[in-house]
Write a protein that binds this ligand. Structure first.
Ligand code: ADP
Ligand code: MG
Length: 620
């Protein structure tokens, strides 16, 4: 319940700003936190031991649903009814996930409609959104119990590389859990906020956020200034994390002890015990020099040096990613002003020292690395609640958004790295007389030809009154909200006909594809420009042909037979070149037609062409 207060000085009632909590919906663990007396705190589970909710959902035979530690206990006993790493499935298509089927124990099936994935649990089918919602519901229960008030408003974090389908899916999961998701925030942004970076009107800062969790590694490079968090580059490995460290320890023990290897092969529960021992060993080695225990009658042990030698190559792989991220951002190590450590696996001393050595500086790791993202989400929530009035937080859009224009060209309306929320519009016109319909096809990407970009959707604006080509004024507006979700409106300004659609993103672009799109846009820039130049010449030539033909139709009487014949010939020759010849040849023929017709049709033709050429054209 919101509290009502009385301002004694003014004698007015003041309502406490509504509480908004922050949620880190992680691949391995999820955390909820809030601001208590000006300080971010993560809320612990009922036993009061840990704030981490393992991101695992178990569907019991009797229809009940378990989450967190209780679900984790079922992982080996009932793997086909226990879902872990749900986050990997969010907003992805079946095709994307076929590749990872071997990593998971539950069954994913092609949802068909909109390419959504479903997870089969016995007779029932669940979407990743429903599964994430179960985790969010549990966090909601946890925070409500702790605070003794009902909570609905939240901020949820996502990786910086999440595309808009994945962000939308996260929002949908919140909605399904009965939450009002006010903002989706990038995890590295939240981590920076938890360290108080970017909270004032300070100078530009370049920060690297190194996030090594249970099963994923991300490195993000942010430029932070005046409350704007710009993602300069992200890189990583979606199958590298602390779980791999555990596996290295397990393999070490098994290789050392062939009889244990034999026993484990036959006994699944022994294997589970050994895995738990491996995790315990890893955690202990973060603060001790060695670990000893027994598995059944067999003693097992490992020392820190052996462990470090086992995982060295994995840690080195993360450094290669850091290198790539720097390259993508066109930066050098010395440009990085701070390095922030995020994720439970950065508690491993070898990770801290390797990253510190690479960037040649002390890293930031005082804030609990597995809580830091949730704590930052609470800070962002507090800002949104209006408790930090001087702060405004903005994110930027990672890829350009635009529409297809004639010649299959991408016309960018909202450029990449625009601060969001953003609303931008552009005016277009028609290319054909009497055109009553307009197709608005929306794309995301940096390439000049739409076929190389990602199609987000399309719709038709119909009912435009028939007018000559070039006369309609078609305004296409893009409204991008603070979560990166896009609304597109098309309006014919003379008649007022308009239509707005929320672009439902097609599910299924992977982070690799996203990175590839950016890289391709750079490597293909030159050939793209050449193709674009050819296409625009062709479009222009098409306009000139149409205008000339129309002119000949309307003004045939004012021309002599010779003029008529010559014009027709030049038009035919130009027509022939379109789609068949080089840009220069088309230009030459266009110029020939133009210069021949100019003297006797200067005004009329000029008028028609000018009208036709005004603004950019959209094909019907
Ligand atoms: P995610 O962001 O993927 O949800 P977390 O940030 O919670 O994951 O990290 C989970 C990983 O951190 C697990 O592999 C866990 O074993 C590991 N971890 C947690 N504490 C420690 C520790 N003290 N030393 C080493 N690894 C740890
Ligand atoms: Mg995490």
């Amino acid at each position: 319940m919101a509290k009502i207060g009385i301002n004694l000085k003014e004698g007015t009632l003041t309502k406490d700003a509504e509480r908004i909590v922050g949620i880190d919906l992680g691949t391995t663990n999820s955390v909820v936190s809030y601001i208590k007396n000006g300080e971010a705190v993560a809320i612990k589970n009922e036993s009061g031991k840990s704030a981490l909710l393992p991101s695992i959902v178990h569907f019991a035979e009797d229809g009940s649903i378990l989450t967190g530690v209780a679900a984790k206990l079922k992982l080996e006993e009932a793997p086909e009814r226990t879902v872990f790493s749900v986050k990997r499935l969010l907003g992805k298509s079946f095709e994307d996930l076929e590749k990872i089927q071997e990593f998971i124990s539950y069954k994913i099936i092609d949802g068909g409609e909109e390419q959504l994935v479903k997870i089969q649990m016995g007779e029932k089918f669940y979407s990743p959104i429903e599964l994430s919602a179960e985790l969010l519901k549990e966090l909601k229960r946890r925070v409500e119990k702790h605070l003794g008030e009902s909570i609905s408003k939240v901020v949820i974090t996502v990786p910086a590389y999440f595309n808009d389908s994945q962000r939308q899916a996260t929002k949908d999961a919140g909605k399904l859990a009965g939450l009002d998701v006010l903002r989706i925030v990038n995890e590295p942004t939240a981590a920076s906020l938890a360290y108080g970076i970017g909270r004032g009107n300070e100078n530009e800062e370049i920060v690297a956020i190194y996030d090594l969790g249970g099963g994923t590694f991300d490195i993000s490079i942010l430029r932070i200034q005046n409350g704007i968090f710009e993602v300069l580059a992200t890189h990583g490995d979606s199958f590298l994390g602390g779980d791999d460290f555990d596996k290295k320890i397990m393999d070490h023990w098994l290789n050392q002890n062939p009889s244990l290897k034999e026993q484990v092969r036959k006994d699944a529960s022994l294997r589970q015990k050994l895995r738990l021992e491996a995790t315990r060993a890893k955690i202990q080695l973060s603060t001790s020099e060695s670990y000893q225990s027994t598995i059944g009658p067999t003693p097992i042990s490992i020392d820190k040096t052996t462990f470090e030698n086992e995982i060295r190559s994995l840690v080195q792989k993360t450094i290669a990613s850091c290198e790539n991220a720097l390259k993508d951002a066109s930066l050098q190590k010395k440009d990085i002003q701070r390095v922030i450590m995020v994720g439970g696996s950065t508690r491993v001393p070898l990770v801290v020292s390797t990253v510190g050595d690479y960037f040649a500086q002390d890293v930031y790791n005082d804030v609990d690395p597995d809580l830091v993202v949730a704590l930052g989400a609470a800070v962002q929530a507090d800002i949104l609640a209006g408790n930090q009035k001087d702060m405004l937080l903005l994110d930027v859009t990672p890829l350009s958004l635009g529409i297809e224009t004639i010649g299959s060209l991408m016309d960018t309306i909202i450029p990449r790295n625009t601060k969001i929320p953003a609303s931008l519009a552009r005016e277009y016109t028609t290319s054909v007389d009497g055109q009553t319909k307009l197709k608005v096809a929306v794309y995301q990407g940096e390439r000049n030809l739409v076929e190389h970009n990602r199609k987000l959707g399309e719709f038709i604006l119909s009912g435009i009154p028939a007018m000559a080509a070039g006369i309609p004024k078609l305004e296409v507006s893009f409204i991008l909200d603070a979560d990166g979700i896009l609304k597109v409106r098309a309006k014919e300004l003379r008649s007022g006909v308009n239509q707005t659609v929320e672009i439902k993103s097609q599910y299924g672009i992977s982070e690799e594809e996203m990175a590839k799109m950016l890289i391709d846009s750079i490597t293909h820039a030159e050939s793209d420009i050449a193709i674009q130049a050819l296409r625009s010449t062709e479009v222009e030539a098409q306009q000139v042909v149409r205008a000339s033909e129309k002119f000949l139709q309307q003004h045939a009487t004012i021309l002599s037979k010779e003029e008529l014949d010559n014009t027709n010939k030049l038009v035919a020759s130009l027509k022939e070149s379109i789609g068949n010849m080089s840009k220069d040849e088309i230009n030459k023929r266009m110029e020939a037609l133009n210069s021949y017709t100019r003297p006797f049709a200067e005004k009329a033709l000029d008028y028609t062409i000018k009208e036709a050429m005004k603004g950019k054209k959209i094909s019907e």
